[in-house]
Ligand binder design. Sequence first.
Ligand SMILES: [Zn+2]
Length: 89
Amino acid sequence: MKGRKCPVCGKEVNGRSDKRFCSDECRIFYNNSLGRTRRARNRKQLSAIRSNIMELERANARFLLRTLSWISKVFRILCSFKKVSNERE
Ligand SMILES: [Zn+2]
């Protein structure tokens, strides 16, 4: 097959029909750069997961604060009922 070009350097590829690169150097360079992009993608996904976790923790903290303030409101209302009933006695 003629006219195949090495995806790294653009040189013509000679040899077996399934050969993709002109040399071992180009093949290794290509595979290394694939690993680099994969690692970069993993880093990106990890940082997205981390920021999701942080957002969930913030949401949890907000929920806890809201629940605590609700409980304290209910508690204050209950205490005021008790005061009223004490004053009646
Ligand atoms: Zn090449």
